[in-house]
Design a protein around this ligand. Structure first.
Ligand code: SF4
Ligand code: SF4
Length: 171
């Protein structure tokens, strides 16, 4: 291509550079920036932490009846798997991409959720919100045992089975 043609083409294309960082940069729809958890919507179900490849999301129980959902942006690879699997739409990737900071604290988000204690052994086993969320999927016989932890529940089921087979006569 001749020099004249090249210059004409360059002029016809117009400006292709951005003024960023001197002016805000518009990112396209669907841009995967900083994930943020809505503490009002989160039910502490652990789906996001199970799906997060670099373990930027962790869900753990403190032992005092509190479950923690902990997001550390420093490990995030912005893959959006957490957003895809979250059943309540509590975690979303925003358009925010300027994440440099002088304080590591800015890279953490912590959501604390109250847990339910097993009515038999009193061990905290699930969050109130997750229990209520799952209740609608349960069969009537399962609802009857929804306040039991998994261990106490399976013991109760085994006892019923033994009793139903006549084993109850010997207990
Ligand atoms: S965007 Fe990907 S890496 Fe970041 S928290 Fe979500 S699942 Fe984890
Ligand atoms: S998947 Fe959603 S609701 Fe479940 S713990 Fe993660 S953010 Fe909370």
């Amino acid at each position: 291509m001749g020099r004249f043609k090249l210059i004409t083409k360059a002029i016809s294309i117009g400006k292709v550079t951005e003024k960023y960082p001197f002016a805000p940069l518009e990112v396209p729809e669907g841009f995967r920036g900083k994930p943020v958890i809505d503490p009002e919507k989160c039910i502490g179900c652990t789906s996001c932490s199970n799906a997060c490849p670099p373990q930027a999301l962790k869900v753990y129980d403190l032992g005092n009846g509190v479950r923690v959902v902990h997001l550390f942006i420093g490990r995030c690879i912005f893959c959006a798997r957490c957003q895809d699997v979250c059943p309540t739409g509590a975690i979303k990737l925003t358009k925010e991409f300027e994440l440099a900071t002088l304080s590591e604290e800015d890279l953490h988000q912590i959501v604390e959720l109250q847990m339910v204690r097993c009515e038999e052994c009193e061990r905290p086993f699930d969050t109130f919100r997750h229990l209520l969320y799952s209740a609608k999927e349960l069969q009537p016989w399962e609802r009857e045992m929804m306040l039991l932890c998994p261990e106490c529940k399976s013991r109760r089921v085994s006892e019923r089975l033994i009793f139903a087979r006549g084993g109850g006569r010997h207990v």
